[in-house]
Design a protein around this ligand. Structure first.
Ligand SMILES: [Zn+2]
Length: 140
């Protein structure tokens, strides 16, 4: 394995349903909560369906394909660990099943991002415990 600098950026808090979301990422599965009463997908994890009020849900597997919904370019790092990365884009990807996920598109510089650009999830094991879902551009 290639030697890698230790990951020192902030990490998600792995707990409850959010922890389960990241556990699936660790297995290279992008799963979101889906209401088993009305079928609505949702993210971030929460107990109740905002559409129908049901408390019943399942972890449904996403295709991992989506489109860039919007983004913002960070030019001044708000955390010292990101200083060397500016400028970078924080992206909101809309998965084809409907949920939206804040992430990064790893292979496209901020100035080349386009609204509705097709993307596919990839998984970045930043620590032995945490794998982050990120995206790369696909044709389509
Ligand atoms: Zn529902």
């Amino acid at each position: 394995m290639a030697e890698q600098k230790a990951y020192t950026k902030p990490l998600p808090f792995i707990d409850g349903a959010t922890g389960e979301f990241y556990d699936f990422c660790k297995k290279h599965e992008l799963r979101f909560q889906r209401c088993t009463k009305c079928g609505t997908w949702r993210h971030v994890p929460r107990d109740m369906c905002a559409e129908c009020g049901s408390w019943d849900w399942e972890w449904a597997k996403s295709s991992g394909r989506g489109k860039l919904f919007t983004w913002t370019v960070v030019t001044r790092a708000m955390h010292p660990e990101f200083t060397e990365e500016v400028p970078y884009a924080v992206c909101l990807v809309e998965l084809e099943e409907g949920p939206r996920l804040v992430s990064r598109v790893v292979d496209v510089p901020p100035q080349d991002l386009r609204y509705q650009m097709p993307v596919q999830v990839i998984f970045d094991a930043v620590t032995p415990e945490v794998t982050l879902p990120r995206f790369r551009r696909i044709s389509g």
